[in-house]
Ligand binder design. Structure first.
Ligand SMILES: [Zn+2]
Length: 61
């Protein structure tokens, strides 16, 4: 098993992680109901994806 020869400093790890950025979620509008929804996800308000009803949304029965 390869193993690190020396421990590196807290600063070194933290400096590497300065490049880690939070990414804003891709939000779009549902083509069925027009509500804002996350892209590439089933619409939480109507349960549609790609023009088809995929799920029954919770709390709306
Ligand atoms: Zn919808």
């Amino acid at each position: 098993m390869p193993n690190p020869k020396r421990r590196h400093s807290k600063t070194r790890g933290r400096k590497r992680r300065t490049h880690y950025k939070a990414v804003a979620p891709a939000v779009g509008l549902c083509s069925n109901c027009g509500e804002p929804k996350m892209m590439h996800r089933v619409c939480p308000s109507c349960g549609y994806y790609d023009g088809k009803s995929v799920t029954i949304p919770k709390g709306k029965n």
